[in-house]
Write a protein that binds this ligand. Structure first.
Ligand SMILES: *Cc1c(COP(=O)(O)O)cnc(C)c1O
Length: 398
């Protein structure tokens, strides 16, 4: 039996392995080929014209479409229960291209303070230049979001859980409120991954991902993707094909291969994150731990309701602030000290050098991000080793 026919809606592990690949296989190969060709040739000029004008399926030029890239888009599309998906060179390209497709001078965006640092920069630096007004609400303050939406806006832009303090926004509540007020809803689903939540199923108009993170999962390829209905995604695709932030076929292949283990990885990462969060909570050198899986997290109930798992990301503040962080981070054995997350290796870094490096200290303070906050992306190692490692590194702080 064709494995595609056995899939039900929740078969995310099966989709991660099988979805999107079958129609791109060639020569009996069981794996999607990396098609490096920049252009695609046609002997029949009429057929060429039909493909070029979109009347017939096929490829013309690599900036527009490519078979390997399309296989990647198809897999994410199925995982996100979307009608259509289009990809980008990076997550930031997915975000900026999607925003610039739908926004024009005079429009207004309502979002939260804790979006990814780069997204926050688009809101504070680039959109205002185009006479697009942006209002950023306290993350997790649903009443504030609703108040601002009521004043009128074109787009509500959400991210949940957020980077780096892992705050949660109730997607169902804000999406339906935004729609009652005729606003579009975009959601950055990078932290949750399609394994833990599918914002399109609660009505969002567009889901964006930095595929660089959990989707790829191996910290060896950059990429981004946007998923939604056909009309919106084809408008975004058109913006991207002209503006040129195209995903490279080799990166698409690496991301596609990485995604096969997405469910396994995310399950292990969040199991580890939970154990690490509980360990840190008990430790006397730790001032605060932020993880939505902890009952003490202010948005734990919302997270429990809308997510299938709490994710692999947490953050914590040490009592000794930056002085302690300077001693603690280099003492870790099982962690890359790097500006990345979602990889199979545990990855750590201060928020001020990772997610919010684009912001000034004053901006970070205004965003409620302590300078000494450590972001921890749990890998797939054995939890016992991660905890032992954290324990000895915390002991090294004097
Ligand atoms: C990393 C990240 C981005 C940006 O993705 P790039 O692939 O680095 O451009 C956007 N949103 C979130 C939540 C991220 O973590």
């Amino acid at each position: 039996m064709n494995p595609h026919m056995m899939m039900n809606d929740k078969a995310l592990g099966t989709k991660a392995v099988w979805a999107g690949e079958r129609s791109f296989l060639a020569h009996g190969a069981t794996q999607v080929p990396v098609v490096h060709s920049v252009s695609f040739g046609y002997d029949d000029v009429d057929e060429w014209y039909e493909v070029a004008t979109g009347k017939k399926d096929g490829h013309i030029y690599g900036r527009n479409t490519n078979p390997t890239v399309q296989a990647f888009e198809e897999k994410v599309r199925e995982l996100e229960f979307a009608e259509a998906a289009t990809s980008f060179a990076t997550g930031m390209a997915a975000i900026s291209n999607s925003l610039l497709t739908v926004l024009k001078p005079g429009d207004r965006v309502v979002s939260i303070k804790d979006t990814y640092g780069g997204t926050n920069k688009i809101f504070s630096e680039f959109l205002p230049r185009l006479k697009i007004e942006v209002t950023l609400c306290e993350t997790g303050d649903h009443e504030a979001l609703e108040r601002e939406i009521t004043k009128g806006c074109t787009l509500v832009y959400l991210e949940t859980p957020t980077n780096p303090t892992v705050k949660i926004t109730d997607l169902e509540r804000i999406t339906s409120f935004a729609h009652e007020h005729n606003a579009l809803v975009f959601v950055d689903n990078t932290f949750a991954t399609p394994i833990n939540q599918n914002p399109l199923l609660t009505g969002a108009d567009l889901v964006v991902h930095s595929a660089t993170k959990f989707l790829g999962g191996h910290a060896d390829a950059l990429g981004g993707v946007a998923c939604g209905n056909k009309e919106l995604v084809s408008a975004i695709y058109h913006y991207r094909e002209i503006n040129g932030a195209t995903l490279d076929p080799m990166a698409a292949y690496l991301l596609l291969r990485g995604m096969k283990t997405l469910k396994l990885r995310v399950e292990k990462q969040q199991e580890n994150a939970m154990k690490v969060a509980r360990f840190l909570t008990e430790h006397d050198k730790v001032r605060a731990v932020y993880y939505p899986g902890l009952e003490t997290h202010p948005h734990h109930e919302v997270a429990k309701r809308q997510m299938r798992g709490f994710g692999g990301m947490l953050s914590f503040a040490l009592k000794g602030e930056m002085e302690a962080v300077r001693k603690f981070l280099p003492a870790l054995t099982y962690a890359n000290r790097a500006a990345n997350l979602g990889a199979v290796e545990t990855t750590v870094g201060p928020a001020r050098t990772t997610s919010h490096v684009e912001n000034t200290p004053e901006e970070r303070a205004a965003l409620g991000i302590p300078e000494g906050l450590v972001r921890y992306s749990a890998g797939i190692e054995d939890a016992v080793d991660l905890i032992e490692d954290l324990s000895q590194a915390l002991d090294s702080i004097t």
